[in-house]
Design a protein around this ligand. Structure first.
Ligand code: F6R
Length: 616
């Protein structure tokens, strides 16, 4: 949700900033803009639409050489995606440029104050007020941009990352953050600011995690951090553990295709180092206190979208293994319903980005109630793990495509590890049972690999069904969240009506949606193990078929009992029931990706969406 880049050093700032924006475009792509300080000048270029529009403008209207610059790629909140609402915004006197991610909640009041003071605003954004306020805080003599930033931040309400330049103070970039991401890249004779390390990982892997309500002052050779009152503030250094190639397409046409293909590795990496030679789970990094884990009476998972679907899958496993009740709550709803959480609850916040505002707010609520909090997160240095009591990182590597794929599988893995760890600590499973599940998990990278080798029939089917107006997904047990995930992928990428249902629920209403030829994709449970699930879903298939549905079954190898009932069968490897989501989701990702491609949509950057949703 808006990508921000700042650079100060010895090199051409514009090149570095635009390259950084290219890496951050997944965060928002309604408009983009840059500003540089060159000699006595502050120069800005900005353009509505994707970054390529800005790049075209820079080609026809070049900017001067400069070693200090900022850039922004926008996901519109206040004001539509127009040239004038694009960032950077500049103060009336033309001295200060600012970019912003987040929402300034008291902007109407500040805007009125500026109007009363005779300042005229040229955009509909909340951000522009900051440019004018900063300029008002900068007297002609004795200019101090960091102090101006601190003063302004003390007046702002809401969530914001701000980065500013002052024409009169070249070689200086000042940033600030509250409830919105900003990381520092520390180089040699150059320093960087960005919403995400992907923007600067080409130049340095040494980074600093900023805390809440901090102002950061960059020169080519120094990084200084204070709180909003000017007191020195602590930051946490970290080294980015992936290199620039991880944020490139690596020969694939789409980031989504690359990320789907990376899933076996992502799953293997997320398991690595967490299981001892004698098959015990060690999650030292989570700070989970064993006595506290023995005392909890419930687990509450808070998450949004795909991450919530991972939580729903994990609920089946954790309850089965630990006999501890698990609630899964959409984070955006959690704190508004007076939830019952307290010191006896383990609250698990699942988030790929670690910045989702709905999840962060739910986490804070849970903490305030005294709950033990654990983040499952893919982004080192992000806010949700920093504010949780402990964190279990997923090692999916950077996920750039807006639609989540590899993060989903690794979130399930991480949540399963937490479940097994709980079972180990509470003694609800025998050692050999845990060992058995760990062996199944260990098998998953190769099973996912097998699915990837056989996605062509799924793609062909997606092309064939691209004209459908609606697709329904059915599942039972862990297949139900998989159905929800399949439908979400199709909605967000192919812009079509898609819904996931628990197969048994269909007859209670949704079956009225079935008409001749409607594709219904059914995640068929294994006939082995919990055979009752399989038998029930075969009945559900018959119900929809009798009403004209075109049935596509996702069924395991060797399950011939399904053959008479499905027009199309997509085969997945035979795995235990609780492992099935890890293989059954993959064809659904490929299906949505291919259908969106067939419809001519931008798969990596679907309309209206942004990767990291930092507003509520
Ligand atoms: C869907 C998708 C979203 C995210 C959701 C939570 O493909 O990507 O539904 O899963 O916005 O994001 P994180 O995991 O970053 O909190």
């Amino acid at each position: 949700m808006c990508g921000i880049v700042g650079y100060v050093g010895q090199k051409q700032a514009l090149e570095i900033v635009v390259a950084g924006l290219r890496r951050l475009e997944y965060r928002g792509y309604d408009s983009a803009g840059v500003a540089v300080v060159s000699g006595e000048e502050l120069v800005v270029r900005k353009k509505a639409g994707k970054l390529v529009n800005l790049e075209t403008l820079l080609g026809s209207d070049p900017m001067p050489d400069s070693t200090t610059g900022i850039g922004h790629t926008r996901w519109a909140t206040h004001g539509g995606p127009t040239d004038s609402n694009a960032h950077p915004h500049v103060s009336e006197d033309g001295t200060v440029a600012v970019i912003h991610n987040g929402i300034i909640e008291n902007f109407a009041e500040l805007r009125a104050e500026l109007n009363a003071a005779g300042v005229s605003l040229s955009s509909e954004t909340d951000t522009e007020v900051v440019a004018h306020l900063l300029a008002l805080e900068l007297p002609a003599a004795d200019r101090d941009l960091p102090e101006a930033m601190r003063r302004v931040c003390r007046r702002l309400e809401g969530a914001f990352t701000l980065v500013a330049l002052d024409r009169e103070q070249p070689d200086l970039v000042v940033g600030a953050r509250r409830n919105s991401p900003l990381v520092v890249g520390v180089g040699q004779g150059e320093n960087f600011l960005a919403s995400d390390v992907a923007a600067f990982v080409d130049h340095t892997r040494e980074a600093l995690e900023l805390g809440q309500d901090q102002v950061v002052i960059l020169t080519p050779t120094s990084v200084t951090v204070t709180d909003f009152d000017g007191e020195p503030a602590a930051v946490r250094p970290f080294t980015v553990d992936w290199d620039a190639s991880a944020a490139e397409k690596g020969g694939f046409d789409l980031f989504m295709l690359k990320e789907i293909a990376e899933q076996p590795r992502a799953v293997a990496d997320s398991l690595r180092g967490r299981i001892t030679r004698d098959s015990r789970i060690q999650l030292d990094e989570t700070n989970l206190d064993e006595a506290a884990l023995r005392a909890i009476t419930k687990v509450v998972v808070i998450a949004c979208g795909t991450a919530a679907h991972a939580g729903m899958v994990a609920k089946y496993a954790i309850e089965h293994w630990t006999r501890v009740p698990v609630e899964v709550e959409l984070a955006s709803e959690f704190r508004y319903r007076d939830p019952i959480v307290g010191p006896d609850s383990l609250v698990i916040a699942i988030s790929q980005s670690g910045e989702t505002m709905d999840t962060l707010m739910a986490l804070r609520y849970a903490k305030a109630q005294g709950a033990h909090t654990l983040a499952i997160c893919n982004t080192v240095g992000s806010t949700i793990p920093r504010e949780s009591d402990g964190v279990l990182y997923t090692y999916a590597g950077p996920e750039i495509a807006v639609a989540s794929t590899k993060a989903f599988l690794t979130q399930i893995i991480a949540a399963y590890l937490v479940g097994l760890y709980l079972a180990q600590v509470r003694g609800t499973m025998f050692e050999d049972e845990i060992r058995g599940v760990l062996a199944e998990l260990d098998d998953m990278p190769s099973k996912v690999d097998l699915v990837l080798d056989t996605t062509e029939p799924v793609r062909a089917l997606a092309r064939e069904l691209a004209g459908a107006t609606s697709v329904l997904f059915l599942g039972r047990h862990v297949g139900f969240p998989v159905a929800l995930e399949g439908a979400l992928k199709l909605k967000e990428l192919a812009y079509m009506h898609a819904e996931g249902f628990p197969a048994g629920e269909l007859k209670h209403g949704p079956i009225a949606l079935i008409e001749e030829g409607v594709p219904v994709i059914v995640i068929v449970p294994s006939p082995r193990g919990r055979a009752v699930l399989h038998d029930k879903i075969v009945s559900n298939i018959q119900e929809v078929r009798a009403r004209g549905a075109l049935v596509v079954a996702i069924a395991e190898e060797g399950d011939e009992s399904i053959t008479p009932y499905a027009e199309h069968i997509i085969r997945i490897p035979a795995v235990p029931t609780l492992m099935q989501p890890l293989v059954a989701t993959v064809p659904l990702q490929a299906f949505a990706c291919e259908m969106a491609t067939a419809k001519g949509h931008d798969v990596d950057q679907p309309r209206n969406l942004a990767k990291s949703v930092t507003v509520e």
